[in-house]
Design a protein. Structure first.
Length: 106
């Protein structure tokens, strides 16, 4: 990971479940936007890669997991939660990238 400093975001103090749910909904909207951006890059990767056997890159998978684990630890997030979410997301992305790559007809 880079030398970039990461800190735990401060949650807004909530007094009711309506407050809690409003903040979770706000975070979910931001996360979905970022996931959509990530998906766009996965699609680009499927177009750029020259060989189908490069779509699944075990070294890159481990690199991403290592980086998100470090970020989770630095922010106080649960590393198990973060790596579980990322493993699932990356498997979906790899399957999608295969679809994009195969659609090229190479």
């Amino acid at each position: 990971m880079t030398s970039q400093t990461v800190s735990r975001p401060q949650a807004v103090a909530c007094e009711t479940m309506i407050d809690v749910r409003r903040e979770i909904d706000r975070i979910d909207r931001a996360m979905v936007t970022l996931i959509a951006e990530r998906e766009n890059y996965i699609q680009q990767a499927g177009h750029i890669k020259q060989s189908r056997d490069t779509v699944r890159d075990e070294a890159r998978i481990q690199d991403v997991l290592d980086k998100v684990t470090v970020t989770a630890q630095a922010t106080g997030a649960n590393p198990d939660l973060v790596t579980t979410v990322y493993r699932t997301m990356m498997e979906w992305c790899i399957a999608y990238e295969f679809t994009v790559f195969d659609a090229k007809g190479e």
